[in-house]
Write a protein that binds this ligand. Structure first.
Ligand code: KG4
Ligand code: ZN
Length: 348
């Protein structure tokens, strides 16, 4: 077969997205976001997001096909995010994708959205080498994965025991009065602050906890320490230096993430580290990882910002990997899995 054409569909959270790839070449990429509808509630409201997917599904998919100068019949396979994500949102995307697959008699792959964040980096850096480590950082996930073969062999090396890094940023941002999502605001203020103005803990990096959880993360202590500090400063009548709070938080999180990822790379003898997920847009993390990579002689692949956020290209690229590797499509009755394990690449 010449290079397969894959239609990728994404609806795990607040983006309805579709993209077409031929082999590893991106032909189109369309994203509609319902972010603005959630901002005033301070977080994504699943019911509103699901409704937005139902409205945007057909327009977004048709636009992705039109931009690629294709019809559904030109596609060799359809890939859709089956999880992890919001159940109602996943149900809209998966039902839509199944209908298209059924109507056009195409194979369908229910793929893991998180592994899609790794797959999309191939657009910028080429194929994922064997024994690569992936640091996945998003609003809902903070995990280190060993990607031995992106289509067939992914395992979890470490994960957060409580909050994800993005979640921790969003919670502190709320305390500081920033609108949702707060991560980018913290990033911006952190650039002007002094990271040593207050002490925040670096979870699971010392003593017994570090020995028991060498590659796991914990960010709830960071959030609590920052909240206590703000409380106590306010009680004493001191003005809060927002830049300093942001800088201390960002420094702690970026340091822990890069240290633990490099420790895992050394332990597993990985030569390549890929970072993915919405939080990989964070400038303090990007700087820390690049520096740590240089120190450890590890190639660190930090994707362009436009590849960090949720999109259809990530789904289509993983679909392309699966077709290329000869992996069997998912069964027509595959289900969504809102808490899909990160070691699972595709639904049976
Ligand atoms: O992967 P993503 O788009 O959505 C999920 O699937 O969770 O990640 C969104 C998360 C949010 O928590 C947001 O605050 C955070 O990524 N984020 C950032 C930055 N840009 C996005 N956090 C810190 N600094 C940023 N520049
Ligand atoms: Zn994501």
């Amino acid at each position: 077969m010449s290079e397969p054409v894959i239609l990728g569909i994404e609806s795990t959270c607040d983006e309805t997205a579709a993209a077409v790839v031929r082999g590893k070449t991106l032909l189109s990429n369309v994203v509609a976001s319902s972010m603005d509808e959630h901002a005033r509630y301070g977080g994504v409201i699943p019911e509103i997001a699901s409704r937005a997917h139902a409205e945007s599904f057909v327009p977004v998919v048709s636009q992705a096909l039109a931009d690629a100068h294709m019809e559904l019949s030109d596609v060799d396979a359809i890939a859709v995010s089956a999880g992890p994500g919001l159940a109602g949102c996943l149900a809209v995307g998966v039902s839509g994708a199944k209908s298209l697959a059924y109507a056009a008699n195409k194979p369908i792959y229910g793929i893991n959205h998180v592994i899609g964040h790794v797959a999309v980096t191939q657009l910028q850096f080429g194929q994922v080498p064997a024994n690569t480590l992936a640091l996945i950082v998003s609003g809902g996930h903070t995990s280190v994965l060993r990607v031995n073969n992106i289509a067939t062999d992914v395992s979890v090396v470490g994960t957060t025991l409580d909050d994800a890094a993005g979640e921790c940023f969003d919670k502190v941002a709320r305390l500081l009065g920033f609108p949702y999502p707060g991560g980018p605001h913290i990033d911006r203020h952190a650039r002007q602050g002094n990271p040593h103005a207050l002490r925040v803990p670096q979870g699971l990096t010392q003593g017994k906890a570090a020995a028991e959880h060498p590659y796991d993360f914990s960010f709830s202590g960071v959030k609590t320490a920052v909240a206590r500090w703000i409380e106590s400063e306010t009680a004493q009548g001191h003005a809060i230096n927002v830049d300093d709070v942001c800088a201390a938080l960002a420094d702690s999180v970026a340091t822990v993430l890069s240290k633990k990822t490099m420790a895992a790379a050394a332990h597993l003898d990985s030569q390549t580290v890929i970072v993915g997920g919405g939080f990989s847009a964070n400038s303090q993390l990007r700087t820390a990882l690049i520096k740590a990579g240089q120190e450890h002689g590890v190639e660190v692949r930090v994707p362009e910002l436009r590849l960090c956020t949720d999109n259809g290209a990530m789904v289509a690229m993983l679909g392309s990997n699966l077709v290329e590797a000869g992996v069997k499509p998912s069964r027509p009755d595959f289900s969504i899995d809102s808490s899909m394990s990160l070691g699972r690449i595709c639904m049976d």
